[in-house]
Design a protein around this ligand. Sequence first.
Ligand code: ADP
Length: 415
Amino acid sequence: MDQLTTHTDTLIETIGKNSSVSREEMSDLLTAYLPTNGMIRVIDENENDVTGKLAKSQEYTDVPIEYTTTERREVISFNQMDVAIVTKPIIWQNGKIVTIQVSDHLIHMNETMQTLRYVLFFSSAIILIPTIIASFLLSRFLLNPIQKLKETMQTNISKRDWQKIDIENRSKDELYEMEVTFNEMIDSLKENYEKQEIFVSNASHELKTPIQIIKSYAQLLSRRGEGNPELLQESTEAIDSEADRMQNLVEQMLALAKNQQEQVMETLDMRELLQQVTITFQKAYAPREINLLVDEKTKYVWQGNPDQIKQVIYILLTNALKYSEKEVHIRLQQQNDEMIVSVQDFGEGLAEQDQQHIFERFYRVDRARNRETGGTGLGLAIAKVIVESYQGEITVQSKIGEGSIFRIHLPNMDQ
Ligand code: ADP
């Protein structure tokens, strides 16, 4: 209807512009505007067609003729056909008002619409088939790895296992990233779990020995203690020393757990802190020689927790004094972006294979001798946990018979 109305308006405009042309020319002009399946009429007040029947086919000329001065748009059913008719009044060449009637039979339009419907239906079906297949494949592609992940998790929970996902020959998409992360998480959980197990079994083993000693001395005392002052003396000394060992061990285990938590940071003057520590140790271990060597020109300011840093230096100093008899040097140096605190002794030193293990919990080079020195094998493990919590590193350089240097590398120093 809109199309026909626009067509009629254009025709009326053209007629207006060419009002002075001859009758034949006007007839040609109207013919040029004939709708493909329709007709154009110019009707005067006597309901006569001024221009004669203008149509491409006879069958389109039977539409009822009507003179009107109002505009109309309608679709009428005529001879079992739908016909769209636009009727508008215009001023004709002779100055009189005539009706211009443009009609178009919609039969072909219906056919076209029907064909279009089929085309739309089949093309939709053709498009839908690959879409359905693609969405099916895509959902399988997406859901399979998720399903695999779920199953692996369930197996891990039900069997207390550390199963990982097989990621070989996998395309590297976002799900692949998730699987890699999952495998990394399993590795880390497994490692932590095993460490925990080793720690618990070592700790219980370490605690069992002093308890055993205390118990056997107590039994000895109850059986043969009476009237035996020598045994009484020996037993109380042993019980006291073993109780001390247990206390030391428990305190160190607590320190290890505590240092795995986050600590409050402060701005520290490392030079001042080391001076305090040196004085404390010089007094406690007099007459042992303990030297502090610092480049005086540099101001060593650092962000950290003073108690933790002191604890690390205490551990290194105690070891240096415990495992050597000569002087001990503490040094504070700067190297690129690192601050290095080192503790050097000239004692028995460490063999290469021991150097790799001394930072592990409960590792001691010589268990028998350690019993005399009161070592627990936890000191260096605690130092390592603390230093690593500052993204630092603790290293050892040592040679049997010559001594050892323990270095703490602390990054990101503020000057
Ligand atoms: P401990 O309480 O036994 O000293 P640590 O973890 O501090 O535990 O040290 C682990 C082991 O490393 C010690 O048992 C000792 O054998 C060895 N060690 C540590 N420091 C030194 C050192 N300065 N010289 C030689 N051996 C050392």
